[in-house]
Design a protein around this ligand. Structure first.
Ligand SMILES: Cc1cc2nc3c(=O)[nH]c(=O)nc-3n(C[C@H](O)[C@H](O)[C@H](O)COP(=O)(O)OP(=O)(O)OC[C@H]3O[C@@H](n4cnc5c(N)ncnc54)[C@H](O)[C@@H]3O)c2cc1C
Length: 350
């Protein structure tokens, strides 16, 4: 039986970050990062993503250095298209990253610092006498003091603990056509049921995605079709005994933006710090008190889901009207919480 101090299950954004920061915050802990996919499949899996992150992301994962080879495009403009032909352009600072390569390089630095990457899958586990015993698909066992669950939206670990999580499928097409460089486009409409359609540049291609809903969207020149579930809206407890849940396993994808790379990596970092302090509950408290864990995102997402195109138009029109608060004080007050949530999601939602 293998033994370690910290076992991280899943090497996506949340798990790679947790493992990397475990070696950053404490140099005397044995850390194993367990990933079920081999390198080729890992790259294909992590390519299923718009790969958009805000500029803050680079600072959050420091001292890991995001390099030129990790950046596909620099993003400078956010274009929002709302019902009623309303188009809003905002200057922003972000990137389209080469996510698989970036994750692989973070894992590489984790290994250089003495961390161990194991290509195997968790199939079961039990918590006993403050230790966690994990059964792997190879038939091997690992005993660990802490378990960081970063096994994605369909998390076996979250389900076995019995924590309820919200998940949703996002569909994405890679299209053989460029879209304007440096610009990410969001289209809002009642048919997206609280979400949106995104159009992200990707070199000479474009990534077009939306939530899986009943209505069919016609997209031309598709070269690849992709789909995967995300976990959003949080869970009741992020720590159960010595198990810490992070990323989509903990439904930490932002309900409004459906961005989960940065929230997952920030959560991974917080969990690593708590484990290095031998105080796992510190992570639960820190996440719930951070802007990332604010309940306002889910509250407003649930409101937007109920809005038809007329209401979507009304509320966004008002947000652009500098005299709105004077001319329509009641309506403005009604939507004030929406505007607060949008501002906060720009800050921490991607
Ligand atoms: C189509 C699409 C587009 C998206 N676009 C963006 C975007 O532009 N920006 C953004 O910020 N977010 C985006 N997201 C969301 C983002 O991809 C997720 O929120 C993010 O991947 C969550 O990271 P994670 O590490 O928690 O989980 P995952 O990325 O799902 O990683 C989980 C890892 O765990 C491994 N694993 C699972 N089970 C086991 C097991 N039993 N044993 C061992 N290993 C296991 C998996 O192989 C995987 O490597 C998008 C999502 C989708 C579906």
């Amino acid at each position: 039986m293998l033994e370690c101090d910290v076992l991280v299950v899943g090497a996506g954004p949340a798990g790679a970050s947790a493992a990397y920061f475990c070696t950053q915050f404490s140099d005397n802990k044995e850390v194993i990062l367990l990933e079920r996919l081999n390198k080729n499949k890992f790259f294909s899996y992590h390519e299923i993503c718009g790969e958009g992150v805000s500029g803050e992301f680079v600072r959050d994962i420091s001292p890991f250095r995001v390099r030129q080879e990790h950046i596909i495009e620099k993003i400078k403009v956010l274009e929002e298209r709302w019902p009623g032909d309303i188009v809003i352009e905002t200057k922003i600072d972000g990137y389209i990253i080469d996510r698989p390569q970036l994750l692989w390089d973070i894992i590489g630095e984790f290994r250089d610092r003495g961390g161990k990457l194991l290509n195997d899958a968790l199939i079961d586990f039990e918590q006993k006498n403050k230790n966690i015993k994990v059964k792997l698909s190879s038939g091997e066992y690992i005993k660990s003091k802490y378990l960081i669950a970063a096994d994605g939206a369909n998390s076996k670990i979250r389900k076995k603990i019995g924590l309820h999580g919200r998940t949703k499928t996002l569909v994405q097409y890679i299209v053989d056509e460029p879209s304007p460089h440096g610009r990410i486009i969001f289209e809002y409409d009642e048919k997206w049921e609280g979400d949106y359609k995104w159009i992200f540049p990707h070199g000479k291609n474009t990534k077009i995605g939306f939530p899986r809903v009943k209505s069919i969207e016609k997209v031309d020149n598709i070269i690849v079709k992709q789909a995967r579930r995300v976990g959003f809206g949080g869970i009741e407890n992020y720590v159960v005994g010595n198990i810490l849940l992070v990323g989509d396993a903990a439904c930490q994808n932002n309900p409004l933006t459906k961005g989960g790379i940065r929230p997952g990596m920030v959560a991974g970092k917080m969990a690593a710090e708590a484990v290095s302090n031998n105080n796992p509950n510190e992570y639960d408290i820190k996440w719930k008190h951070s802007d990332f864990g604010s309940p306002i995102f889910l509250e407003i997402y649930n409101e937007i889901k109920k809005m038809n195109n007329e209401k979507l138009k009304e509320h966004i029109e008002l947000s652009q009207d500098t005299l709105g608060i004077i001319l329509h004080p009641n309506k403005f007050l009604k939507y004030r919480k929406f505007y607060k949530a949008y501002a906060l999601s720009n800050k921490v939602g991607w």
